[in-house]
Structure formats: C-alpha cells, structure tokens
Design a protein around this ligand. Sequence first.
Ligand code: ADP
Ligand code: MG
Length: 302
Amino acid sequence: MKIAILARNAHLYSHKRLIEAAKKRGHSIRVINPLHCYMNISPHKPEVHYRGGEILSGLDAIIPRIGASVTFYATAVLRQFEMMGVYPLNESVAIARSRDKLRSLQILSRKGISMPTTGFAHSPHDTDDLIKMVGGAPLVVKLLEGTQGIGVVLAETGQAAESVISAFKGLKANILVQEFVKEAGGADIRCFVIGNKCVAAMKRQAKSGEFRANLHRGGRATLIKVTPEMRKLAVRATKILGLNVAGVDILPSKNGPMIIEVNSSPGLEGIENATGKDIAGMIIDFIEKNAMPGKTKSRGKG
Ligand code: ADP
Ligand code: MG
C-alpha cells in the first residue's frame, strides 16, 4: 500500500515507529507536512498539491497525526484527501469533534458515558453559579483545546476559581469548569483503542505536587491490567466520537471510571515503553484490514 503520515515532524518517536512498522510490512510510507499542502476544491478532480507543485495522488491511506495548533488547516487537508477517496485512519470530522473538549463531552454525555460534572458559560456574571454547579472548589479549569496538560488548572479555593476563570475570560479563552476528582490522587488511566479493542493500557501517575498525570508534565507510566468495564468504556467513547484509533483518558473515581478526554493522535512512546507492545504494528495491521478506496466515513455522531 501507499501510506502517508500527515504530520509536521517526521522525527517524533510515534512517526518513526509507524514508518518502521509500515516498511516492515512492505508498504511505501512517507511523511507529508499538512502546512505544505494546498488544494483545489473542484467537484470533478479534487487535488492536493505539495511544496510547489507535486501532485499527491495514488495514496491508499492517511495516518493523521495532527498537532493541536494546526487542527483547522490540517483537518481541511485531510478532508480533501477524503474527498479524493483516500482512507483516513481517523476521519477529519471525528478529529475535530475530539479536539474540542466541550463538544466531545456533550456528545459522550448524550450517550450516557460517565464523566466529571462539567460546566460551561459565556457571561462572567454567571461565574458564581457555574462554580456551584460543579460542586464548588476545588475544581479544574480547562482550555477547550488544550493538550499535554497545558491549559489544565486546579483551583483549590472558591476565590482562586473565580480569579482563574476571570483571567481566562479576560483573555477571551474558551474554558470549561470541571469537578475535581480528588480520589484519583494524581493518577489516570490511558487506554489505547484500535478498532473495537482496547489493545493496551497504562497508569500514569503525576509527579509529586502535581495533579496532572500527563507524561509531558513529568507523569510516570506503569503497566496495569484494566477492568473489562474500563475497556468497554474506552471502546464505546472512541466509537461514539467516530474514531478508529484513540488514546482515552480515564479517571478512577468513587463513582466508577470516568472519561475525561479522547485523544485522536495519541503518542506511542509512553504506551509502547510501558507495555512492551508493538502498537505501531497493530495500527498498520488495522489499516491493512480496513483501508479500501472510497471508504472514508466512520459512524460517529454530532
Ligand atoms: P489534556 O488534553 O491537556 O491532557 P486532560 O483533560 O486530559 O487534558 O487533563 C490533563 C490531566 O489532568 C489528566 O490526565 C488528569 O491527570 C488531570 N485531570 C484532568 N481533569 C481532571 C479532573 N476533573 N479531576 C482530577 N484530575 C483531572
Ligand atoms: Mg489528556
């Protein structure tokens, strides 16, 4: 097959591993920087051109590895490939859904997926009631499009919550306010889902004095065996958002496991190292089984 990774940096661990796994299986694979793609939106002959003229054609599958800062442009490029009938490992619309923490939590809540109580408001006059709505301080404030723990803040008192919320609002940032799940103790569970299966999972523990378990924030990954309930939850959330591959973040809570987010470009380094599994190989296997010309739609909603 002819596969392209839509990514800006060919040298990241995840991308190197995907290239290695694809080559090992005899596929041709290259990295395409979405920011160097441009396109003509024509009903008869949609095209993507690359870096001053090369026409990108004949691709069988695209592995989108879209960084948060270029979501808008890169999903437009991916959509163009979908118009041309190229199989996307994750569909553009599903990536856009999962990138927005508010949109994805609304879609998941409609399907009864458990999550921490979450609030969203526009007017600064409603901050007091918004804080009450999620059970008061301590609470978590999140940027709608943050990743790697950046833009996730713990406000320990009501006063801190008010200041943080008004500071973000002053910057015109879109935020959501969320119940703080204290009993998680700075740990979360990252489930790696491919297709209908949770193929690997790790526990991430935040470094001391920190509540965010992200590996980019110094969290440590260890191997754990997740319960069938958690596996099912991770696969369901992935399906509901219309993704094929996702890293699902789950918090253990006194009311059972709760979803906090579904990542459409989950990193491979932490999970491969923690579990010793060949996740990159499993992703390429999945593409081999599922990529078909013209098959560009998944079944997510919203
Ligand atoms: P990001 O997209 O930046 O990873 P997350 O919503 O996954 O944002 O939050 C980052 C980390 O912060 C999580 O992995 C978890 O450890 C911690 N966290 C997030 N939300 C909560 C919450 N409501 N209660 C307790 N810890 C949380
Ligand atoms: Mg996360």
